[in-house]
Structures are given as structure tokens and as C-alpha cells.
Design a protein around this ligand. Sequence first.
Ligand code: 4AD
Ligand code: MG
Length: 502
Amino acid sequence: MATATTVSQLQNHVGQTVTLAGWLYNSRSTGKLLFLLVRDGTGICQCVLEKTDANAEQFQRARQLAQEAALEVDGCVAADERAEGGFELSVSAVRPVHASDGYPITPKAHGVEFLMKYRHLWLRSRRQWAIMRVRATVVDAIRRYFNERGFVLIDTPILTPAAGEGTQTLFELDYYDDKVYLAQTGQLYVEAACMAHRKVYCFGPTFRAEKSKTRRHLTEFWMVEPEIAYADLDDVLALAEDFVCEIVARVLRDHRAELKMLGRDIAALEKVQRPFDRITYSEAADLLRGDRVREMLERELANAESRVAELRKSIEEKETQRTAPGTKKWKAEKLAREVADQREELADREDDVRNIPEHRELAANFNWGSDLGGSDETIIARLHDKPVFVTHYPAGCKAFYMKQNEADRRLVNNLDLLAPEGYGEIIGGSQREDDYDVLLQKIRDEGLDPKDYDWYLDLRRYGSVPHGGFGLGVERTVAWICGLKHIRETIPFARTMGRIYP
Ligand code: 4AD
Ligand code: MG
């Protein structure tokens, strides 16, 4: 009798005959041998069926199973270092469970728009599988981090009567003839709760109606927001630093295989250790306008230009080879996939060649007082090989609730954490304005109605103390940790400006 097990448990069954229940990821045959790549949700295992006189009919049926057909296989487990996952099955029986004719996602290259349309199926693909597992661990690491350190979970509302992060990015809803909004942040509510529990956090979906199509923006994303009473900017910085190191360490501990599958540079993640560099906004502004940045961008431009030339040449050669008479079908398919990958990289490098001069201009002419743009963040982060804090922004480019700096009243006590390798801001946070009069004035200056914020002002009427916190975006963090180009692959069903299906 074969024991039912899963791919993730094969190490406990070496030498035994087991049953795997899963789906056919891919298959190929040499005539005498049939290689079935079976995925069962816990992993992928190569299952090899040898043709004999006795099993010819079964061999033929198994050979005709289509990609993503559901099936059961019985087989004996052997350890094999070269095999994906480290084990292989020599198959004694294959039982079809359900057919899968014309599965739309084939091993050939597909465009991302196509894949996003089939997101419900794309989730089964190897890379997407790896990303979702990393995401689940990041979410678990976040919850554990706060739960194990005495933070109390406060679930904040999703329907909110007023803006928390500026009025430009609100999704509006009709609430029994009143206007309400989808929450952009739970922060204002955790500020209330931290005066009750001292250390709290909220964690849930947040919404931004930005008309932004960048690879860093979702309209619905998950944010965790800790908030602590009796805390100043330094306390918030220390918490953010420790927290990010813990998350990365946990993924490195549990998901080396997935990171390898994703082609992630693991050494770069291993550098994520305390302490992170800290620079002020004004220092960042000077850097942007300085020689070091100009020279770095000139180097990057030269590199991008030579890579473009290299890729064009290589694509041309591969195409010639692919279409040459006598090229075997499998070889042509392999070349087609390589060309598709190279074309994708080429498009990126061509973008670089177009964009770097523009980014250089923006940096050189950076105006003290404006917010750092996406390209400015990327440039600052490139100068560091681990996350870097930028603190003390001009009040004008940040939210109304941030604490005014005492030494320089033009500034606020805030922090942004920029991830390395061009991933941009993953954390935004601050000490909060705890002075009633200053906060009231800022609400007015922002053009907000103080009546809407009366409850929030109460927090400054009754036992106001220094407090602060931050928000970390799960998807940007996962994109960075996994080394993904676009944030849309980090959430099971992405909501972006251009897509809400499936
Ligand atoms: O900097 P943000 O807007 O800060 C806040 O919302 C504060 N209320 C947080 C706090 O202090 N409690 O957003 C925080 C983080 C960003 O650094 C980014 O990681 C993520 O949320 N984020 C987005 N992620 C994906 N798509 C978007 N449109 C995002 N906007 C913000
Ligand atoms: Mg921000």
C-alpha cells in the first residue's frame, strides 16, 4: 500500500512507495521514459515513469495528460540532489483525476497583461507560488513581531468620515446620503488607542485613489501601523530598524529555496543589518545636487547603453539560430524563451537610457521644499547597500499630523525608509503633533474642517503626550525582498488603476 503524502514531506519517505495528489506542471517524454513534473501545492517533484511491456497502455494514457490535469501518482521516493526539491519518484501508477484541455498559460513566454487577466491560474506558476509563500511569511513575521513585544492589535475602520493622508487620494462612497471614504490609513485611530494601551498596531487593507500607474502603486494594499505613546522620533526610528531587520531575517531563514527560485540576490538581503544609515532631507537635497550623484548617474547611463548594444546583438543571433532550417523544436522553443527574457531586459535598459538623463536633470535641479520624487528616492537608495532613513522633511510636503521640529520650525520630525536597489519608500512615519494649537492650525492650513477632526483634537485636550509610529507597506516590502520589478505580483489579486479583474 502506498502512503499518501505531499512533496514537502518526501524527505520522510525515502525508499518507500507513496502517493502524491496534484496537478501536472509539465511533462516530456523520450519514448521509453516519461518525465512528469507534478506540483501538489507544497512543492514540485519530478516523477519518472518507465515504459514496460506490462504498462504500455498506462504509459500512453499518462503521456497524453495535459498541462494542469489533476492526477495521482504512486511511486518510490529516491533522494536526488540534482532534482528540484531534492527528491524524485519512480512511478508505478498514474491515475488521472480531472482533465485540463487548452490551459491558457503555457511554458512559452506570455506578456504580463495576459498573465494578469489569468491571475486566478497564474497563481499556480512556480514564481507566483514562491512569491505568495514569501508574502505569507512576511505577514506572519509582522504579526509575531508586534504580538511578542506587547503591542495590542487594534482593528481600525475601513469606512472613514475624513481624510488621513491628504484629500487627493480618497475613494468616496455613499453612506446613507453622507460622503465617506475608504481608509487611507488607520493611524488616526491607533493614535487614540495608544493612549489607552501604550503600544498598539493595526494591520489591514488600505486604499489610495492616486491616478498613478507606477510599478510601486496599488489602489488597495496592506499596511501595518504601530503607534507608541511616550515616544519621540528616535524611538520610532529604532523600532522601524529592528522591525525591518527581523522581517528580512525571517524570510532568509524560511525561504532560501523560494528566493533562489526567484533569482534573488541573497547576499544583498544578508546585508540588511542594524544600524541603517540616517540622513536628513536637507542632506539628501545636497546629495542630489552634488557631484557624487551626477557621476553615479553618468556611470549608470554608460552601463545601460553598453548593455542595450549587447542585448540587441544577442537577440539577433538567437533569432537567426531559432529560425535556421534544421533547428530542433525543443531548441527553438528554448531560444524563443531566452529571446523573450532578453527582450524584456532590453525594454528595461532602453527605459534606463531614456530616463537616466531626465532623472539626472531632476536631481541636479532639486528644490529644497519639494517632496522627493520616485527617481530621487531611487538615487538616494542607490548610494546605500541597505535601507536608509531620510528624516526631517519640510512640513509643506508631508501630512498635517507630523510633529513640528523645535529647532527648525520649517521641518517635521518624520522618517521615510528607502529600500535599496531602487525599491523606494517602504516605510513612512513620524512623531505626531501633540500640541493642540499647532495641530488645529495645521488642520486649518490644510483646508480641512476642524469639526471633522474634533475627536482627534480631543487626544490633545486630555493628557497629550509625545507619541509616534509608522506605516510599512506589505507589497512594497515583498517586492523588494523578492526582487520583483512590479508590485502587482506581490498580492494575490492586485487592484491597480488599470485593472480590477479577476
Ligand atoms: O507614507 P504613507 O502614506 O504613510 C501613512 O499612511 C502613515 N499614516 C503611516 C503611519 O505613520 N502610521 O504610507 C506608508 C507606506 C509607504 O511607505 C508604502 O510602503 C505603503 O505604505 N504605500 C503604498 N503601497 C502600495 N501602493 C500605494 N499606493 C501605497 N501608498 C503607500
Ligand atoms: Mg509616504
